[in-house]
Design a protein around this ligand. Structure first.
Ligand SMILES: Cc1cc2nc3c(=O)[nH]c(=O)nc-3n(C[C@H](O)[C@H](O)[C@H](O)COP(=O)(O)OP(=O)(O)OC[C@H]3O[C@@H](n4cnc5c(N)ncnc54)[C@H](O)[C@@H]3O)c2cc1C
Length: 312
C-alpha cells in the first residue's frame, strides 16, 4: 500500500534547499505504485508533480498544492555482451556512471558530477563536456499519465532530444519509467581517468559548498554576430550554431556577485544562482528577473530558464 504523506517540506528534496511544503507527497518504487499515486491524484482532483533528485527545480515558498510523486523506481540491469544498461528512472546518474565504468562500459563518463536521477536527466537531455543523454539513449519506457495510464516505448528519435529538451519536457503527462542505454565496450582504467579529469574540471569552475540548481539559464542562440565574435575572441573557442554561454552574457552585463536577499549570482560561475543560506524562492525570482532584464537591455539577448519552476 502506497504511503502518502501530508505537508512535507520540499526544501529537503531540492538541491536549492528552498521551497514550501507539498500538500501530499509519495515515493514510488514501481509502476504499480506510480499508478496508485496517479489514481489518488485523479480521485481527489489534485495536480501532481514528478520529482527526481530535485537538482533542477525551484520550488515556490508556498510549496505545491497537490501531490508530489518522488520517483524511486530503481531497477538496474547490465548486459555486458551488448554494452547496454536498463535503468529505472529513480536511479541516481552517479550510480549509472560508476556502474558502467565498473563493468568496462564507456559512454557515460561525461555525466560524472551531474546530480539527479535518470528521469530528470532524460527529460532535460542533460549534458556536459560534449556528451548528452540523447547520445546514449536507445529507448525509453514511459507512462502516459492522462487517460488509462498506457505504457509506451519511445525510440531515441521519438524522444525528440534537442539541446536541454525532449518530448518529455513538452508533455508533462509522459512520465519516464526506465530507459535502455546503448554504450560501448570500454576500459575501466581509461574511463576512470576520464571521469576524474571531468570531476577536477567541474571542481575548478563550479561554486563549492553552496546550494544551487546548477546552471540557471540555458545557453541562448545569439543573433548579434559582433557579440558572438567578442565571445569567441575572449574565450578562444568557436560558438556552436551561434550559441553563447549564459554565464558569459551575465558577466558581460556586469552582474557577477549580484545579490538579492539570500540569492546571489555565484562569484565562481555566473550562470549559477546560489542560496547563501536563507534564500527564499522570491529572492531567486527577483534576482533572475533582474538578470533577464539587464541582459536583454544591455546585450539584446533573451535568457530562458533551464531550471523548472514548481508551485508558482
Ligand atoms: C551542482 C549542479 C550541477 C549541475 N550540472 C549539470 C550539468 O553539467 N549538465 C546538466 O545538464 N545539468 C546539470 N545540473 C542540473 C541537474 O542536475 C540536471 O538537470 C538533472 O538531470 C536533473 O535531474 P533530477 O532527477 O534532479 O530532476 P528534478 O530536478 O527532480 O526534476 C527536473 C524536471 O524533470 C522532471 N522529471 C524528473 N523525473 C522525471 C521522470 N521520471 N519522468 C518525467 N519527468 C521527470 C521533473 O518533473 C522536473 O520538471 C546540475 C545541477 C546542480 C545542482
Amino acid at each position: 500500500m502506497l504511503n502518502i504523506q501530508n505537508n512535507i517540506p520540499l526544501s529537503k528534496h531540492a538541491a536549492f534547499r528552498i521551497g514550501g511544503p507539498a500538500k501530499f507527497f509519495a515515493e514510488v518504487f514501481s509502476i504499480e505504485e506510480l499508478e496508485e499515486a496517479l489514481q489518488f491524484a485523479k480521485e481527489k482532483s489534485l495536480k501532481f508533480f514528478v520529482l527526481g533528485g530535485g537538482s533542477n527545480v525551484l520550488v515556490s515558498d508556498r510549496g505545491f498544492d497537490g501531490l508530489v510523486i518522488k520517483m524511486k523506481i530503481n531497477n538496474l540491469k547490465i548486459d555486458i555482451e551488448n554494452s547496454k544498461m536498463e535503468v529505472g528512472s529513480g536511479i541516481p546518474l552517479i550510480k549509472i556512471v560508476r556502474d558502467s565504468i565498473e563493468h568496462d562500459l564507456s559512454g557515460m563518463e561525461w555525466a560524472i558530477g551531474i546530480p539527479g536521477t535518470l528521469g530528470g536527466a532524460v527529460r532535460g537531455n542533460a549534458g556536459a563536456f560534449g556528451g548528452t543523454m540523447g547520445d546514449v539513449i536507445e529507448n525509453v519506457k514511459a507512462l502516459e499519465a492522462s487517460g488509462s495510464f498506457e505504457i509506451k516505448n519511445l525510440s531515441n528519435v521519438q524522444c525528440e532530444f534537442k539541446y536541454r529538451n525532449s518530448a518529455f519536457k513538452n508533455n508533462s503527462n509522459l512520465l519516464i519509467i526506465s530507459a535502455i542505454l546503448k554504450l560501448q565496450a570500454g576500459n575501466k582504467e581509461k574511463s576512470q581517468k576520464e571521469a576524474e579529469e571531468i570531476l577536477n574540471k567541474r571542481a575548478a569552475k563550479q561554486p563549492k559548498g553552496m546550494a544551487s540548481a546548477g546552471s540557471f539559464f540555458m545557453n541562448p542562440v545569439v543573433k548579434n554576430s559582433q557579440l558572438i565574435k567578442e565571445f569567441e575572441e575572449e574565450k578562444n573557442v568557436k560558438s556552436k550554431g551561434g550559441k553563447v554561454p549564459a554565464g558569459w552574457l551575465i558577466d558581460r552585463a556586469d552582474l557577477r556577485g549580484k545579490k538579492i536577499g539570500g540569492a546571489m549570482i555565484s562569484e565562481e560561475h555566473s550562470n549559477f544562482i546560489v542560496n547563501t543560506g536563507n534564500a527564499t524562492a522570491e529572492d531567486v525570482i527577483m534576482l533572475t528577473s533582474y538578470i533577464k532584464q539587464q541582459v536583454r537591455d544591455k546585450l539584446g539577448v533573451q535568457l530562458q530558464e533551464e531550471v523548472q519552476y514548481v508551485g508558482f
